[in-house]
Design a protein around this ligand. Structure first.
Ligand code: ZN
Length: 79
């Protein structure tokens, strides 16, 4: 479900840390699709990319502080 063949990502914004995961908002260099990158702090747990809609990406970008942490926790519980 990647947007392009072997997409390359650029960092849009570091969203922070919640639920033992580092969260980064990334964007495909070719087409501009947004992705949420999850990097677990546990060794060997890997890195995951989930494609976001523009709306979801906007919600993350516009969130701040406690609201952003809550968004990330909510996302974590739902995915
Ligand atoms: Zn793409």
């Amino acid at each position: 479900m990647a947007c392009c063949e072997s997409p390359k990502y650029k960092l849009v914004e570091e969203l922070g840390h919640a639920e033992s995961v580092d969260w980064d908002l990334k964007q495909c260099l070719s087409c501009g699709a947004y992705y949420l990158q999850e990097s677990s702090e546990y060794e060997g747990a890997g890195v995951y990319f989930t494609r976001l809609t523009d709306e979801q990406a906007k919600n993350f970008r516009h969130s701040q502080g406690r609201d952003r942490i809550n968004l990330l926790k909510q996302w974590y519980n739902e995915h």
